[in-house]
Design a protein around this ligand. Structure first.
Ligand code: GAL
Length: 871
């Protein structure tokens, strides 16, 4: 049974099915075709804050480097002879009793449960205990028939943070140090029929990241069983060299690997089907078929088969709303002895063209697609770095609602499944790899690995993800200090060359922060990526766009990072700057006691600016291809400007819990001008001390004019002048009552919004983003509690304590409220509301169907509940 690599939600069911199947097969004969078996369930785990085993990357390194061999072009590493290190460590032994260790399923982030305030871990790293050594153990069962048939057994790890080293039956197999990259290890030589003990050691040094990196086996883990002759790891490459309405020429390259000692003759057939976005399965009849070719693959060698085929009337992949993200899947089947299938390999892909135009920007299928992108880190808020498809989908869907069409996976490779989502949803991705090269930013970052691993990390990543239509560019680095030096150009060329060797259909970029057209790196990069440099820092409006555009008239350029506006949802701090941007400080935008930043959305650190200023500058340089805003969602760590006090960022347009900050509507107004909307800030429920005080009212709208009414009286109708992105009434005096705005477009009424002075908290309103979820043990419902007054309006500054409870086949995994200063551990079922809202993340239980009731209670308030169906 071939399991497509993108089917992750059902992986636990797949595990039990897989085991069942294996058991059945054991009684008969070895499975002939590829099996991809989830081994996410059933691990034992322990974390040690002091090294429990005397091992280290340095002692293991010469045994781990050969794991890179498939991804380096220089001389391959030889596995050292003799007994590999670690065989005497008790945790790798079958006899070790791990029953007192934690029973965990992966994806697992050992640090996310907290507590906050981990010794030696800064606010920049999220204050969570990600450091230390972690051991994971699990039994895997191998059927005698598989051994007899000499089937190959691989371990595929989607990502392990970090310095993974893997033992099977007490023998060190290999490993992969960079925690963001996926890797495969060949377990075949060390496996035996029956039970095998798999042990994985991870080690995270503190001070290894500028944000919260997460910790553990935090992505999916698979066992792959294949015949000795099979499609190699990441062994397909599909491109669409020519596309018209009538037909697309699809080039398919399939690399076969033969791990037997003899030359084998195999037949290869590849068929192309449409991919159903909902089921992720091939639908209908084949749209094209590459006729059978017979191939001799020498023992111990690889062979690549290149073919082209035409797909008639292709349905193209492109980003909405202008285009539709249609997908195809190529199914390659290997036969021996006539019609005996020995391998089936599925490659989802898309048909599209891309032009990187120095004046028009990105042109996808002939259509200009200005990049309205965001940067995101990999964590999923209170779920930490443990990858979850639904949590990632929620992030992307909320961003798309804002008009986002681009994502930068800052500053590293994401889970592969995230790219399946961006393919399906139609989000254009800048696939980033590194935050540092050879020169460090923090003491234990990637610079320690660069020399040995950068080629393998880059090559493995591009080979793995090159068939995703959503990837529109590779990013080889972010603000790497090496950019200043001549060798920055050398490294850039090397990394970019790797991308071209493995792919060759996308251009590469890098986020430059001391961008200079005369630096070696600028000469090398195919796309110039500017971090903040295109819009000028702080209040300064100088731009480096023109310098680059004149020096490199044929290179596309874009803003790889913009804005870095900081704010705390629902928090307004006075006085408000009269300018369109201001550098945040104790006298501008900050509440230094509470550690909050004003949500007037005008404040940023000195290197950055408000969205308004970015827009003004962008409008001056229409040849630039667009931007990636720092950031779409808040993330764990880097809580500028309160770096030592808080636990999560202030940069997000959407807070850590997924609640929208005011900025959401500012971006939506610019990015989705077709959506009729107007959005007023601030709230209008202030204590008596504000009565009579100047309280500016700002409105974000996709209209071009707006009239504000304060307690029924017009405060003036104003047109948005050129280079204005908000309508502002800066002299409004606060009196309790109501605000109403009527927005116009082209003179006609377009949208309205209102605020009123609300009453005291009266009850909890409980709602779920989805009231039906799959009972697969992965699917989530995000449950929001709003503290409302007796009329049902959210009480804007409510901070009532909320106690969550649950009954039925589900569990509360975590809670949050988006407050970057809240040090309540994420698994806590008690959480204060922040700016009127709190969140519980509810997960289904595997194979348990029924009604899940999530209740929220708070002293003195009417409680609320919501029912979610799992099935
Ligand atoms: C950039 C950097 C990002 C983040 C951001 C905060 O310079 O590339 O990783 O630190 O600043 O403004």
């Amino acid at each position: 049974m071939a399991l497509p690599r993108w089917r992750t939600q059902s992986s636990r069911r797949v595990l039990s099915l897989g085991l069942l199947l294996l058991t059945i097969i054991a009684c008969t004969s070895a499975q002939a075709t590829r099996e991809r078996i989830s081994i996410n369930a059933g691990w034992r785990f322990s974390r040690f804050t002091t090294n429990p085993d005397q091992l280290s990357y340095d002692t293991l390194k010469s045994w781990i480097l050969p794991s890179a061999n498939d991804f380096i072009t220089r001389t391959k590493y030889k596995r050292p002879s003799g007994t590999p290190p670690g065989s005497d460590v008790q945790y790798v032994q079958d006899s070790f009793d791990d029953s007192t260790w934690d029973a965990v399923d992966v994806p697992h982030d050992w640090a996310i449960k907290g507590p906050f305030g981990a010794p030696g871990i800064s606010g920049g790293e999220g204050k969570l205990p990600y450091n230390g050594v972690g051991w994971y153990r699990r039994k895997i069962t191998v059927e005698a028939a598989d051994v007899a048939a000499k089937r190959n057994l691989y371990l595929d790890v989607g990502g392990a943070m970090s310095y993974a080293s893997v033992w099977l039956n007490g023998v060190l197999v290999g490993g992969w140090p960079y925690g963001y990259n996926g890797f495969r290890l060949d377990l075949t030589p060390y496996a035996k029929a029956g039970d095998n003990i798999l042990a994985i050691r991870l080690e995270n040094a503190p001070n290894s990241s500028r944000w919260y990196p997460g910790a553990g086996l935090y992505r999916n883990v698979w066992l792959i069983k294949v015949s000795p002759v099979h499609v190699a790891q990441y062994g397909t490459k599909i491109t669409t060299p020519s596309v018209s309405a009538q037909k697309a020429t699809v080039a398919v390259s399939v690399t076969l690997e033969n791990n037997s000692n003899n030359t084998e003759q195999v037949d290869l057939v590849t068929e192309i089907f449409e991919l159903d976005p909902a089921t992720r399965k091939a639908v209908g009849d084949a749209k094209a078929k590459i006729s059978r070719v017979s191939v001799d693959v020498a023992g111990g060698a690889e062979k690549t088969v290149n073919s082209t085929v035409d797909v008639p009337n292709p349905k193209l992949w492109g980003p909405p709303p202008k285009q539709t993200p249609n997908e195809y899947v190529a199914i390659s089947t290997l036969y021996v002895s006539g019609n005996k299938t020995i391998d089936t390999y599925e490659t989802p892909f898309g048909i599209r063209t891309i032009i990187y135009d120095a004046n028009k920007g990105l042109v996808v299928n002939g259509i200009g697609e200005y990049v309205k992108g965001v940067c995101n880190h990999h964590d999923l808020g209170s779920l930490g770095s443990a990858f979850n498809v639904r949590a990632a989908e929620r992030q992307l869907q909320t961003l798309q609602e804002m008009g986002t069409n681009g994502l930068r996976t800052s500053h590293n490779m994401p889970a592969s499944e995230l790219l399946d989502l961006t393919d399906r949803l139609g989000v254009m991705v800048m696939g980033e790899t590194f935050d540092t090269w050879k020169r460090q930013k923090v003491a234990n970052d990637y610079h320690l690995l660069f020399d040995d691993w950068h080629e393998a990390d880059m090559r493995a990543y591009v080979r793995r993800e090159r068939n995703h239509p959503s990837i529109v560019a590779w990013s080889i680095g972010n603000e790497v200090p090496d950019q200043q030096y001549a060798e920055g150009g050398t490294y850039a060329k090397e990394l970019q060359d790797v991308a071209n060797e493995e792919d060759g259909t996308r251009q590469s970029t890098s986020g430059l922060n001391s961008a200079d057209p005369n630096k070696a790196i600028s000469n090398v990069l195919e796309i110039i990526g500017l971090n903040y440099q295109g819009e000028g820092h702080g209040t300064d409006t100088s731009s480096t766009y023109p310098n680059f555009h004149s020096k490199f008239p044929n290179k596309m350029l874009w803003t790889t990072e913009s804005a870095s506006t900081v704010s705390t949802r629902g928090t307004y701090i006075f006085p408000v700057t009269p300018n369109i941007t201001a550098v945040v400080s104790s006298s501008a935008g900050e509440n230094t006691t509470a550690k909050y930043v004003s949500s007037y959305e005008l404040y940023s650190p000195s290197w950055a600016s408000s969205p308004d200023k970015v827009f003004v500058q962008q409008d001056k340089f229409p040849y630039a291809a667009g931007e990636f805003v720092w950031t779409g969602w808040d993330y764990l760590g880097e809580p500028t400007p309160f770096d030592s006090a808080s636990r999560s960022s202030y940069f997000g347009i959407i807070d850590l819990a997924g609640f929208k900050k005011d900025r959401f509507w500012l971006y939506q107004a610019r990015w989705r001008p077709d959506i009729a909307q107007a959005h007023i800030l601030p709230h209008w429920t202030w204590p008596s001390s504000r009565v009579g005080q100047v309280t500016p009212v700002h409105v974000f709208t996709s209209g071009d004019e707006a009239e504000l009414f304060v307690n029924g009286k017009s405060a003036g109708r104003k047109k948005l002048a050129q280079s204005q992105y908000r309508v502002r009434w800066d002299n409004v005096t606060y009196q309790p009552g109501d605000l109403k705005v009527v927005a116009y477009k082209g003179g006609a009424k377009w949208a309205e919004d209102s605020r009123r002075t609300v009453g005291a908290p009266a009850k909890l309103n409980v709602t779920a983003d989805r009231t039906t979820i799959r009972n697969d043990g992965y699917d989530l419902s995000f449950v929001t509690v709003a503290v409302v007054d007796d009329k049902g309006d959210v009480v804007p500054e409510a901070s009532n304590g909320v106690a969550f409870s649950i009954s039925g086949p589900g569990e509360i995994v975590s809670t949050d409220n988006g407050d970057p200063t809240d040090m309540t551990a994420f698994p806590s079922t008690s959480r204060k509301a922040f700016s009127g809202l709190a969140l519980a993340v509810v997960r289904s239980k595997k194979a348990a169907a029924g009604s899940i009731t999530v209740s929220a209670a708070s002293g003195g308030l009417a409680s609320g509940q919501v029912v979610v169906q799992a099935g």
